[in-house]
Design a binder for this molecule. Structure first.
Ligand code: DX5
Ligand code: ZN
Length: 216
């Protein structure tokens, strides 16, 4: 499966958002972290910011909804024509229905798991999924350290996916140093916030990531 890099704009300088977006136009996706202050202990941004990003960038959007009851807002987010909408396993009651609804709206359906959430239930919704996001930190904040126990979880998830056309995304504490290990464990889609936007030259950092993934 194609390897993809998705910079998280949570780590961008919002006072210069267009300039920040210009620096990452070589990325495969743009990761958009929506936080509601309830599902996670932090509030980030919502639709007005996403609309502005959409106007200022050509890179397809990868929307990560860290919100309670995301079903309430699926139409609104889908109206921004993202490539992917990812909901949290722990934040929905009828996951199979929610994933179906996302696809009905013409968007790829993703599901995200917190570090302690077991993979088990996913085996029953594999046909309804385009992406699995293994959180490699507890969601809510950028700049946290990668949780080493997640390597085994990524491996188990890769085994579960098998040959199904599902991307395996990792998010949290990802950087050029741990990429080879994550790739080897089976991840195919790499979110990075502070590593990319904190770099002196984000475009050069993305190139370094691609290089490291090629050699990994
Ligand atoms: C965390 C978010 C991440 C975050 C990653 O809750 O889902 O996407 O922006 O940031 P870094 O790469 O700095 O850990
Ligand atoms: Zn995220």
């Amino acid at each position: 499966m194609t390897i993809r890099i998705s910079p998280s704009i949570l780590a961008a300088d919002f006072t210069h958002l267009r300039g920040e977006l210009d620096k990452v136009q070589t990325a495969d996706l743009l990761h958009i972290d929506v936080m509601d202050g309830s599902y996670v202990p932090n509030i980030s941004f919502g639709l007005p910011v996403i609309q502005a990003v959409k106007r200022s960038s050509k890179v397809p959007l990868d929307i990560h909804l860290m919100i309670e009851k995301p079903d309430r807002f699926l139409e609104d987010f889908a109206a921004q024509k993202p490539e992917i909408i990812t909901v949290h396993y722990e934040a929905v009651t009828h996951l199979q229905r929610t994933l179906g609804r996302i696809r009905e709206l013409g968007v790829k359906a993703g599901v995200s798991l917190n570090p302690h959430t077991p993979l088990d239930g996913l085996r029953y919704v594999l046909d309804d999924l385009d992406l699995i996001l293994i959180m490699t930190v507890n969601p809510g904040f950028g700049g946290q350290s990668f949780i080493p126990a997640m390597v085994e979880k990524i491996r188990d998830c890769r085994a579960l996916i098998g040959a199904a056309p599902i991307e395996l995304q990792v998010d949290g504490g990802v950087n050029v140093e741990n990429l080879p290990m994550l790739l080897e464990a089976g991840a195919t889609n790499f979110v990075a916030g502070s590593a990319i936007f904190g770099a002196a030259d984000p475009a050069a950092y993305i190139r370094k990531m691609r290089e490291s993934l090629r050699q990994g």
